[in-house]
Design a protein around this ligand. Structure first.
Ligand code: TYM
Length: 373
């Protein structure tokens, strides 16, 4: 019998079967021919594409048709600012940065302080709003282009966003929201309305400029239910349906099949963690695919497919050669779990040191990226 799992924008539970999600959500797998088509424009493929970390999409073919006709697209992605940024959040953002560089696209980045207030009982609106600007530092630290990147918190850009959200909400029935998100009669009216706000940036530049501009939304697959609704409604408002490209989840430290989430503090690594804390978390919590004893490990080898340190290296080690060597050495038993963890710790230490320096520098330029009204 097929195993049960749940993927919604607010909850990921169980062992996610990504092939089944493609069928159930009605998205398309990223095929080798689509990759070849992307490479024609980018010259190379990001390791997230080479490794099918981005594995699914909606209408990338259409987007590239438009692009090849000279109709450039903009990028749209976002964050629900409920706390510090963790490494999982960086997955779509790192890829978005690569897309911005390769296609010279604008990026519209939504900080949904309203969403996190509505869906989190213990968070005040003031807290989620100020978190939005802390999280924006992580976005800027990744190197997005000034002048082409617009970051906005919903409640500080509401004069512009609200009237468009109204138009979406007028077309959205309660039964559609129930079907898309699994809402019941106990959900609040604010929660029912919220998805209208997440739709807006998928057509806002078109509305502001008075002409249709194609939009590509990179995100992890959990956000797809929102954009199914967006894609149903926005053509009725006269805009293009947005295209989307979906990643798998960076797993939590404690298991290879779920999603890193802030709700389990120790299972996530945050961009603000010190090197000592990162080392401690990985040594203590990273789920191991190794054997019980060194002797047995040397003889039978470890299992990289379930080893979280190896799985994280798939996201953070860009060199295919190095990754392949780690895979081979771990499988054959040459590499022990402790040694594999050390490789990951070294990699993340370098990455986070650079990121934290850039994050502090970003404070000085924050206002050049933020838009409000
Ligand atoms: P949020 O804050 O839950 O997540 C931000 C982005 O990170 C992705 N994500 C992950 N990706 C890989 N591995 C993980 N473990 C992981 N956890 C989260 C999410 O899919 C998301 O792309 N409602 C949204 C905010 C939002 C948004 C958007 C996101 C508004 N507009 C447009 C994407 C695109 C939210 O709460 O994201």
């Amino acid at each position: 019998m097929a195993k049960k799992f749940t993927v919604t924008p607010w909850k990921v539970e169980g062992e996610v079967d990504y092939g089944r999600l493609i069928r159930e959500f009605g998205t398309e797998p990223i095929t080798d021919s689509l990759l070849a088509r992307i490479r024609k424009h980018t010259g190379e493929l990001h390791h997230f594409l080479r490794r099918k970390i981005f594995f699914s999409h909606r209408e990338m073919g259409w987007l590239l048709d438009q692009y090849e006709r000279g109709d450039k697209f903009y990028l749209y992605t976002g964050r629900g600012p409920s706390g510090n940024t963790h490494l999982g959040h960086l997955v779509p953002w790192l890829f978005t940065k690569w897309l911005q560089d390769k296609f010279d696209s604008e990026l519209w980045f939504q900080m949904t302080d309203d969403e996190k207030f509505l869906f989190n009982d213990s968070l005040s609106l003031e807290e989620s709003n100020s978190m939005a600007y802390e999280n924006a530092l992580d976005v800027i630290a990744l190197g997005f282009k000034q002048g082409k990147t617009f970051i906005f918190a919903d409640t500080d850009y509401s004069k512009t966003l609200y009237k468009h959200a109204l138009k979406v909400s007028k077309r959205l029935t309660v039964s559609t929201a129930k079907a898309a998100f699994g809402f019941t009669d106990s959900n609040t009216v604010g929660q029912y309305f919220y998805t209208s706000m997440q739709s807006v940036p998928a057509f806002l530049p078109s509305a502001l400029k008075g002409k249709n501009i194609p939009c590509l939304i990179p995100h992890a697959i959990d956000q797809d239910p929102h954009f199914r609704i967006t894609r149903d409604i926005v053509p009725k408002l006269g805009y293009y349906k947005p295209a989307a490209i979906h990643s798998v989840f960076l797993p939590s430290l404690e298991g290879p099949k779920g999603k890193m989430s802030s709700s389990i503090g120790e299972s996530a690594v945050y961009t603000t963690d010190t090197p000592e804390l990162v080392e401690k978390k990985i040594r203590k919590y990273a789920f191991s695919g190794g054997r019980d004893t060194v002797v047995e490990h040397r003889k039978k080898g470890g299992n990289p497919e379930i080893d979280v340190s190896y799985q994280w290296l798939r996201f953070f080690e860009e060199s295919d050669e190095k990754l392949k060597a780690v895979h081979g050495d771990y499988k054959s038993g040459r590499l022990l779990t402790g040694e594999l963890k050390q490789i990951l710790i070294d990699k993340l230490t370098v990455f986070l040191k650079r990121h934290q320096e850039a994050r502090e520098k970003a404070r000085k330029v924050l206002d050049r990226f933020v838009i409000m009204d």
